[in-house]
Design a protein around this ligand. Structure first.
Ligand code: SIN
Length: 283
């Protein structure tokens, strides 16, 4: 679609585009917002540079995509329960989000979108990658697509593969995480292939962090197919990578992407503000 109020510059073949023009601190007119929304649907993850937003302005922009949702393992920032700070201090070794995943797949109604706003970034490193579930699905053989049709993934918040959420959570000393011992109880069933309500396109919908097995199969039986699909999902040609600067914002579509925060900036601080929005049941 031709854009009239914004400039859209794709950054990779499968997904990702930088949007130039809008000042997100100002209320956006309907035409500008509808073009940004279209760019979000067209490119799956969109990026803005040099934004200077108060928490209220940030929440106001995010809310136009759907009702803000709370991260189940944080009480949020003071006065802003849906605003969640991701912080890694110079002395910390582990980073948050350092594994391929889509946000909240263990919820009955995962958030359709996530927004991340860079407050403090390392001098270099600390990029984030995204992978397209559309590109990954569309590259499958007809035989594999037929095999996946109707299969349901069981998604857990437990993070079993990385030693359990409680243990992993304790490593992030500078983040206000809570409720970690409840993670094993948060489980949801979703199709391995979902149809995006805004585009009608099919996307792979599973991830190594949370998809523990296929419904009706044992974990042992499920593992080879989950491992293969997860490796296929993040093939380099289905990904893009974004280099942050303070003031950068990324807005991604959890319905058709996964993301991965790269942990290559030891000894430096990185602080991001995250909101998720638009709870929606995958179909
Ligand atoms: C996340 O997984 O939400 C964090 C991504 C990042 O910090 O780059």
């Amino acid at each position: 679609m031709p854009y009239q109020t914004i400039d859209v510059k794709p950054i990779a073949g499968a997904l990702g585009a930088e949007i130039h023009g809008p000042d997100l601190s100002k209320p956006l007119d309907n035409q500008t917002f509808s073009e940004i929304h279209q760019a979000f649907l067209d490119h799956q993850v969109i990026f803005f540079r040099d934004q200077d937003l108060t928490p209220d302005q940030y929440m106001a922009f995010g809310s136009r995509f759907g009702a803000p949702t709370r991260y189940p393992f944080s009480t949020g920032m003071p006065g802003y329960p849906e605003l969640f700070e991701i912080r890694k201090e110079p002395e910390e070794k582990r980073n948050f989000g350092g594994g391929w995943h889509s946000d909240g797949t263990y919820l009955e109604t995962p958030p359709l979108g996530t927004m991340l706003y860079a407050k403090e970034t390392p001098t270099h490193g600390g990029d984030t990658q995204w992978a397209s579930g559309y590109a990954a699905y569309e590259a499958l053989s007809e035989g594999m697509k037929k095999f996946l049709d109707g299969l349901i993934g069981i998604n857990s918040a437990e993070l079993k593969k990385s030693g359990g959420r409680e243990n992993r959570g304790k490593m992030y000393q500078n983040m206000a995480l809570s409720n970690l011992d409840e993670a094993g109880k948060i489980v949801a069933e979703h199709p391995l292939v979902r149809t995006h309500p805004g585009t009608g396109r099919k996307a792979l919908y599973l991830n190594q962090a949370h998809t523990v097995c296929i419904k009706g199969w044992t974990e042992e039986e499920s593992k080879p197919i989950i491992d293969w699909l997860c490796a296929h999902f993040v093939r380099p040609e289905f990904t893009c990578r974004f280099q942050w600067r303070p003031g950068s914002i990324a807005l991604w579509d959890n319905r058709c992407t996964q993301h991965f925060a790269i942990n290559d900036y030891q000894g430096q601080r990185r602080v991001m503000h995250r909101i998720t929005m638009g709870p929606e049941r995958p179909v």
